[in-house]
Ligand binder design. Structure first.
Ligand code: AGV
Ligand code: CA
Length: 310
């Protein structure tokens, strides 16, 4: 059994990650919080509560973050959380056992970590801002963390940021708050970084959609298909809006580590200038496990099987 805390930023793949995490039998999910990075925080928190109420029996209040990053996400992407929150499947009459927490995300992280008997795997599928804030407020949490599993960063020359005044070498979660990455890199926490090297191998393609369409008699698979109908697939070539299963791969790795390959490297992060958010190899850097390869078919099978449990 793995004890897991989940902090996300309300994108389509963040919310699907929450849904799938709730179906994993060997995961004990002890906390959920949401940050308004690639989303607006209210619909992200609200949709998270609804997913927990709809797809699990667990009482798990969701803590919203008040933190703000340095480089905002495009508004079009941030709107997705509103669309998921409005879906009929999440708005039927249902038994409400989980609601919005009174605590802010960083307070919830500190409380859950300090009260956990087991060391906790911290799953982050957005920027590291709330983790950095928690570590500053209560440094003792560091020794309660088993490891951090983070969707973010890349060593590729081409990241996925296409913004004025940036050279395109960073990944978005690192770019939104580069200082937070630096704060976390400066600790001794073990880090598994699910980098663009591996997530680039799992684009949302029309054949994946077709598969979910054909199995939509399963309520959970229908939910996947409807959520992913909000975002464009990869048909001919990759564009700035092409959707990958970034966070879902990261979450699947927590449930089934053998889906991926990794290599250890010493890394640093740039916090200023046109490459800010870039993670790079450096002799003075800290050790990070970089998840750089994935068994694509086994990954899609695993996530679809989890969705069928509903
Ligand atoms: O950089 C990937 C991160 C993931 O955590 N997010 C989306 C995932 O939730 C930012 C992002 C990059 N490209 C995007 C993103 C796109 N085309 N649409 C929405 N979000
Ligand atoms: Ca995300």
């Amino acid at each position: 059994m793995k004890t897991v805390y989940f902090n996300h930023d309300g994108g389509v793949d963040d919310l699907i990650s929450l849904f799938l995490l709730l179906q994993m039998e060997d995961v004990d999910l002890i906390g959920v919080s949401a940050i308004g990075a690639d989303c607006y925080v209210e619909p992200a928190t609200s949709a998270s509560c609804k997913i927990i109420n709809r797809f699990s029996n667990q009482k798990l209040n969701v803590a919203p973050s008040n933190e703000r990053g340095k480089n905002p996400f495009p508004k079009d992407w941030r709107m997705h959380a509103f669309y998921v929150d409005a879906m009929p499947i999440l708005n039927e009459e249902m038994n409400i056992h989980s609601t919005v927490s009174e605590k802010e995300a960083y307070e919830d992280i500190i409380e859950k970590l300090m009260n956990s008997k087991e060391k906790v795997t911290m799953l982050f599928t957005g920027p590291l801002t709330d983790l950095a804030k928690s570590l500053k407020v209560e440094p003792k949490i560091e020794e309660r963390i088993e490891r951090l599993v983070w969707m973010g960063g890349t060593l590729l020359d081409k990241g996925n940021v296409e913004e004025p005044e940036h050279d395109g070498t960073a990944e978005w979660n690192a770019f939104w708050d580069p200082e937070a990455v630096k704060v976390v890199f400066d600790t001794d926490i073990k880090i598994d970084m699910v980098a663009l090297e591996s997530t680039n191998q799992v684009p949302l393609t029309p054949d994946v959609r077709k598969r979910w369409a054909n199995e939509r008699n399963y309520e959970g698979v229908d939910f996947l298909g409807i959520c992913y109908a909000l975002v464009p697939p990869l048909t001919h070539f990759v564009t700035n809006s092409t959707y990958f299963l970034w966070d879902v791969l990261t979450t699947a790795y927590v449930g089934k580590p053998e889906l991926v390959q990794k290599e250890q490297q010493k890394l640093g992060v740039l916090t200023h200038g046109p490459s800010q958010g870039r993670t790079f190899k450096s002799e003075e850097g800290r050790n990070v496990n970089i998840i750089n390869d994935v068994n694509r078919d086994a990954f899609f099978d695993y996530m679809t099987e989890l969705a069928k449990k509903i």
